[in-house]
Design a protein around this ligand. Structure first.
Ligand SMILES: *Cc1c(COP(=O)(O)O)cnc(C)c1O
Length: 422
């Protein structure tokens, strides 16, 4: 991709001869697709011809979105799913089997953690390691290890994984490296640049960006040699090995599991994605300003944000999330931060005093959202696991939106004053 990501996204549909010269790909609602010649229908089923058969396996609208995500990630192919969790479930259940071992970062999305526990019950071994240091990943590698899974910037502690070194380790050991890029987005970072074979994005978050549609995607970057992967079924070991992984994911993961993205959601996500770069610039700028301001307040005990020079992930983030094209933009550190108030202050009373900021789960919205992490998204896993993941009881997670910076700081300031005066 030689053009910038916004130009690319805005003009992606046009490149594929959109019906009647429409500038948006239309929302196709047909469940079934007809063919005048039965040989064409057969060709589509057998994969010798491209086309659509039944909407569970995709529609022209979801395919147009897949193309855009693929351009963003610089992939060789992308599959869209109904949600980010559907993409992750499809990935793990399709590519792993009983007795396989997976190494995962211990700093991951709560529901992904829960999914890995399900895989364990189904007979996979799971090692959770501190992936901010490649040595912990290397120490966990076993003969039956198949997948190494990490998130770029973790939620809510914002730890930055040792992304480049883990990529090298996976390449040396022939392991499939899977990176969840949801929090950084392809605007900040492309996992293919560190050798990831598969990239997962929750499209519900920054890519869709407006909190009005659910979606997920898996992108094959082309970095992984599928002919070395033992779990490809014989029926998919045909033709170019570069296609094997995604073919199996589309058949076993999308078609059979059935968590398909609707055309309607695909359209909304595609419209949202047009402004990904603009929204990320603004939200990341807001997050940096807010993190800086919070760090200066005596009522705040600790701020987690990779953009702060004191953060353990700061240097790595600066290196990884710097502009791909020189001069394109300043280094950005994401729009997610978390912080703890000093122990004398009641974090719940503080949150109740917020007026602009919305008390809500979800992240990557245009609106700023806050929630008490230990009481909500990390409640189910219990105190021991929370301690392992570094989630303090009074930790407040903030997904920073695109409001005017001063309005956000004013809101946090008045809520801090309120909590301190109680
Ligand atoms: C939200 C999220 C997911 C799951 O995505 P959904 O679209 O909500 O299913 C996966 N990974 C990360 C890092 C997320 O933040």
């Amino acid at each position: 991709m030689n053009r910038g990501i916004t130009t690319t996204i805005l003009h992606a549909d046009r490149q594929s001869a959109v019906e009647h010269g429409a500038t948006h790909k239309p929302v196709h609602v047909s469940a079934a697709y007809r063919y005048g010649d039965v040989n064409d229908l057969i060709g589509v089923f057998q994969g010798t011809m491209s086309g659509f058969s039944y909407a569970r396996q995709g529609t022209p609208t979801t395919a147009a979105l897949e193309n855009k995500i693929n351009l963003l990630e610089g992939g060789r192919g992308t599959i869209a799913f109904a949600t980010g969790m559907a993409a992750l479930t499809a990935l793990f259940t399709t590519l792993l089997q009983q007795g396989d071992h997976i190494i995962s970062s211990q700093y991951i999305f709560g529901n992904t953690n829960s999914l890995l526990m399900t895989l364990q019950r189904l007979g996979c071994d799971v090692s959770m390691v501190d992936a901010t240091d490649v040595r912990n990943v290397a120490a966990a590698v076993r003969p039956n290890t198949r997948i190494v899974f990490v998130e770029t910037i973790a939620n809510p502690g914002v730890q930055v994984a040792d992304l480049a070194a883990i990529g090298e380790l996976c390449a040396q050991n022939g392991l499939l490296y899977v990176v969840d890029n949801t929090i950084s987005t392809p605007y900040l970072f492309r996992p293919r640049d560190v050798g990831a074979g598969l990239v997962v994005n929750s499209l519900t978050k920054y890519i869709g960006g407006h909190g009005n549609a659910l979606g997920g995607a898996i992108t094959d970057t082309g970095c992984f040699d599928w002919s070395r992967y033992p779990n490809i079924y014989d029926i998919y070991r045909k033709g170019d090995p570069a296609t094997w992984g995604l073919t199996q994911l589309r058949k076993k993961g999308l078609r059979d599991l059935g968590a398909s993205l609707s055309s309607d959601a695909a359209h909304r996500i595609a419209v949202g994605a047009e402004t990904l770069a603009l929204r990320m610039e603004r939200a990341c700028g807001n997050a940096a300003a807010l993190a800086q301001w919070l760090a200066e307040q005596p009522e705040v005990a600790r701020v987690n944000y990779p953009g702060l020079p004191g953060n353990p992930g700061h240097e790595r983030a600066t290196q990884l999330f710097a502009a791909r094209r020189a001069g394109e933009r300043a280094p950005r550190y994401g729009a997610l931060l978390s912080f703890e108030l000093v122990s004398e202050l009641d974090c719940l009373a503080f949150m109740n005093a917020l007026k602009v900021v919305i008390l809500s789960t979800h992240l990557g919205d245009t609106r700023t959202l806050a929630l008490p992490a230990a009481h909500t998204i990390y409640h189910e896993m219990g105190p021991e696991k929370r301690a392992q993941m570094g989630i303090a009881d009074n930790l407040i997670r903030v997904s920073v939106g695109i409001e005017e910076t001063e309005d956000l700081i004013d809101d946090f300031a008045q809520a801090l004053q309120y909590a301190a005066a109680r």
